[in-house]
Ligand binder design. Structure first.
Ligand code: 7RM
Length: 648
């Protein structure tokens, strides 16, 4: 049966061409250069990727670029490579050895700078520490750490010896740590006494202790002293990082690993309770992150690059650690919250380090808008030349604010669509080439062949909403879900024949620009019309009083599904007249079809720790159901209780 297309009502006609000076100096600088690369990659993927792979340093060149078909593709077989070698050692041969690799700032204001040489030395030492603790090539190591340089050091140390890291975001509970340790059968956990967040200490080691009662595979724990808080150290199990590092040798040859050697597992929440262990491998992932960093962020030798994500999220893996370091970039890394000690912290950091490339998420941008322009206006943001967005569709009004207030109408914005599973950016503007449209992630990067299809796999025409799929494999795609290959095949490759299915709904406009409409689960069916909840949200956010909105469907006797809007305001509390106004606003903006049935004001919305609104939970609340959803990724557990209490 052909599923009806997703109805799209959001139309955006503003376009922004890249400044001529930006294009003139960009790595990819003309439309025809882009078109030619994209076409070549589509027609001859092996030729294209084989050529691109020359950007990496190999111990042994690969025999074959790609082998097999989706879902089971192997890349660069026969090749021998080491990811940490590519991120560090190769930069030590020239002037980069004294270049800052990481400029780090702790939340309390302490700072550290690690040059490429320093980072290399620390990585070699910690790799030797891991070996001494019994970690061998292929073993899994859990990293449950704050945003401190030791986290990057530990990642690269794992990759140096071929150990597989599994990073667990520092905000997760002991239970979540235990689940992930067990699933991965981790041998060693690296953690810290604690980390700083809004002036409070997050007691990481205490959670590890609790988790270890339930995860017998873990033999050793390494603890970084960060906060100086009290911790229990269990003899012969727990060791201080600084004690182990003291005697460690600075010599550690990188292990020559197969291209397909696993690099890391990263758990991401699934629609069932059990998180999915997305597995990435060495050469393909490294190539994808290195190239996309260069193309999308147009990285130059003298840039100061800052991605505000947490490393516990894929964005941090790919665009704080591997991609930028493979390019020899200078990366700013910040430990804490954007509103500590006040709402100007990010802008202060940009001014202080003269950040030139800034990459953040729509959820953060909406918070900045809510906090007011006076915060960025207090700081000199003239060092910025490029802005990025990731994690959710960016509402056009938030895009415009980012463009005007932060980019000062000078900086291109790259709205980058990708996923934990895709490893790196897939659909994004090229800042020197693409005329951007607010709210669209624009065109696929070279090597990415997306399509938008109906449930039965037919390509849809311009402006028809459907399922976003990939028709060709790419080197940095996930290889499996750890320990559950069947679930991998079922989740990503069984929806649409011969394609990778991303789980997102999207449309392509008449210029071939992609507009992601959110997860397909977030499509609601109102009187037989399939509407994207994201579009209703964007309409609400364009109202001057609204800070954020989350829209979900709920069972409705007449319409099938009704539209329920959870709304947070910039200031004050909502009343009946504002409710009516918002309903009219959406009706006027999108049409009668999208007129909300309910508007509920809330103090905050339930979000994952990476800032995505958890609409699944809101659906339960809107329907008045008890939730059976996995809440382990929820940032603020109290928010649910508050939302339920507000129902009356
Ligand atoms: C990088 C990341 C993936 C999901 C994805 C989308 C949504 C991410 C955008 C976006 C619209 C974007 N990985 N998403 N980026 N939607 N425009 N630029 O976020 O695995 O955590 O999430 O996020 O729904 O499927 S993720």
């Amino acid at each position: 049966m052909t599923q009806p297309a997703i109805h799209s009502s959001l139309k955006e006609s503003r376009t922004f061409a890249p400044p001529a000076t930006f294009s003139a100096n960009a790595h990819i600088s003309t439309q025809s250069q882009y078109e030619q690369m994209w076409q070549q990659a589509k027609d001859d993927p092996a030729g294209f990727w084989g050529q691109m792979a020359q950007n990496l340093d190999w111990f042994r060149r690969f025999d074959t670029v790609m082998e097999g078909q989706m879902p089971n593709v192997k890349w660069f077989t026969g090749g021998k490579i080491n990811v940490s070698y590519n991120c560090l050692d190769r930069h030590l041969k020239g002037a980069r050895k004294n270049k800052a690799a990481i400029i780090w700032e702790g939340e309390p204001g302490d700072t550290r700078v690690l040059r490429y040489q320093d980072l290399h030395r620390e990585v070699c030492k910690f790799a030797n520490v891991l070996k001494k603790l019994g970690v061998q090539t292929g073993d899994r190591v859990t990293l449950y750490m704050p945003m401190i340089p030791e986290l990057t050091i530990a990642m690269l140390a794992c990759s140096r010896i071929g150990a597989v890291h599994s990073i667990i975001f520092g905000g997760f509970s002991a239970d979540a740590v235990a689940d992930r340790n067990n699933d991965a059968q981790a041998k060693v956990v690296v953690t810290a006494d604690g980390g700083w967040r809004r002036g409070k200490e997050i007691p990481l080691k205490a959670s590890v202790d609790e988790s270890l009662n339930q995860s017998p595979s873990v033999e050793k724990v390494v603890v970084v002293k960060r906060t100086g808080g009290d911790v229990d150290m269990v003899p012969d199990r727990d060791y201080w990082w600084h004690d182990l590092m003291e005697g460690a040798s600075t010599d550690c040859d990188p292990v020559q690993l197969d291209s397909e050697h696993p690099l890391f597992i990263l758990y991401t929440s699934g629609s069932t309770g059990k998180p999915k262990g997305v597995l990435h491998t060495s050469a393909g992932y490294l190539l994808g992150t290195a190239l996309t960093t260069k193309w999308v962020f147009d990285l130059k030798e003298d840039d100061t690059y800052w991605c505000t994500a947490d490393i516990g999220w894929i964005t941090g893996h790919s665009y704080i650690c591997y991609g930028p370091l493979a390019n020899g970039a200078t990366v700013v890394m910040y430990e804490g919250a954007p509103n500590w000690p006040d709402e100007g912290r990010f802008w202060e950091i940009i001014e202080k380090y003269r950040v030139s490339i800034f990459y953040t998420a729509p959820t953060a941008i909406r918070a900045f808008i809510k906090w007011g322009n006076e915060w960025p206006e207090k700081h000199d943001l003239s060092s910025l030349r490029l802005l990025g967005s990731v994690g959710e569709p960016i509402n056009p009004e938030a895009w415009m604010w980012y463009h005007r207030v932060i980019g000062q109408e000078r900086c291109p914005i790259v709205d980058t669509w990708w996923q934990t599973e895709t490893g790196g950016i897939m659909i994004s503007p090229l800042p020197g080439v693409t005329s951007t449209k607010p709210g669209s992630c624009c065109r696929p990067l070279p090597g990415v062949v997306p399509d938008i299809v109906s449930r039965d796999g037919k390509s849809l025409g311009p402006n028809e909403g459907g399922l976003l799929v990939m028709r060709q494999p790419w080197p940095h795609m996930l290889r499996t879900l750890y320990g559950d290959h069947e679930r991998f095949v079922k989740t990503y490759f069984s929806e649409v024949e011969g394609c990778y299915f991303a789980g997102d709904g999207a449309r392509r406009d008449e210029d071939g620009y992609v507009w992601v409409m959110g997860r397909v689960d977030d499509v609601i069916n109102v009187s037989g019309h399939r509407l994207s909840t994201m579009e209703v949200e964007s309409s609400l956010v364009s109202h001057p009083s609204v800070a954020e909105a989350a829209v979900v469907g709920f069972p409705h006797e007449i319409k099938g599904e009704g539209i329920c809007c959870f709304v947070t305001l910039k200031t004050g509390e909502g009343d009946e007249s504002l409710k009516k106004e918002l309903i009219q606003h959406v009706r006027h903006h999108i049409g009668a079809l999208a007129q909300p049935d309910q508007v509920r004001f809330a103090a905050s919305l339930p979000k994952t720790r990476s800032g995505k609104i958890m609409r699944r939970l809101l659906r339960d609340i809107a329907a008045g159901r008890e939730s059976t959803q996995d809440t382990t990724t929820l940032e603020d557990l109290n928010v649910l209780a508050r939302l339920r209490a507000d129902e009356e």
